[in-house]
Design a protein around this ligand. Structure first.
Ligand code: AMP
Length: 129
């Protein structure tokens, strides 16, 4: 069972931003920007591009709704989308509020946010979803 499956099952806590019957969105625990969110399929698959066409399409449409909620909660120029998957072997999409190109730099120092700040961010996104 991947760490993200444990999150989806509620065995590990997460800052939930949105959910439907097939996908789950929650804050990245080491955010590179305020509102940095991960979107995952509840069904466990390692590599995003191994999802079948319909599931991938539906996941992107779900991510689109989440991105709109992020932008409504945290006004930004655009919400960037990235696929890495080098650390966690459970397909996921990173959604990152962008003011400039550098906001998408995964090597930048991670934000240090308290649990209260993380919950507040997730709450604001949930309210907009
Ligand atoms: P990658 O697989 O390279 O896309 O990176 C995995 C991402 O998942 C990283 O940005 C981590 O900070 C994030 N991550 C790992 N564990 C957790 C967790 N328990 N809750 C939220 N985000 C996590």
């Amino acid at each position: 069972m991947t760490i993200f499956s444990k999150i989806i099952a509620g065995e590990i806590p997460s800052y939930k931003c949105a959910e439907n019957d097939r996908f789950y969105a929650f804050l990245d625990i080491n955010p590179i920007a305020k509102g940095h969110t991960l979107v995952v399929p509840k069904h466990e698959v390692d590599y995003l591009f191994d999802l079948d066409d319909d599931e991938l399409a539906d996941m992107i449409v779900f991510a689109k709704r989440v991105a709109k909620a992020i932008r409504a909660a945290y006004p930004c120029r655009k919400v960037g989308m990235a696929v890495l998957g080098l650390e966690v072997n459970h397909a996921h999409i990173h959604l990152i509020p962008l003011q400039s190109e550098g906001d998408m730099d995964f090597r930048r120092e991670k934000l240090q946010l308290t649990a209260e700040e993380m919950e507040e961010i997730a709450h604001r996104i949930r309210e907009q979803f």
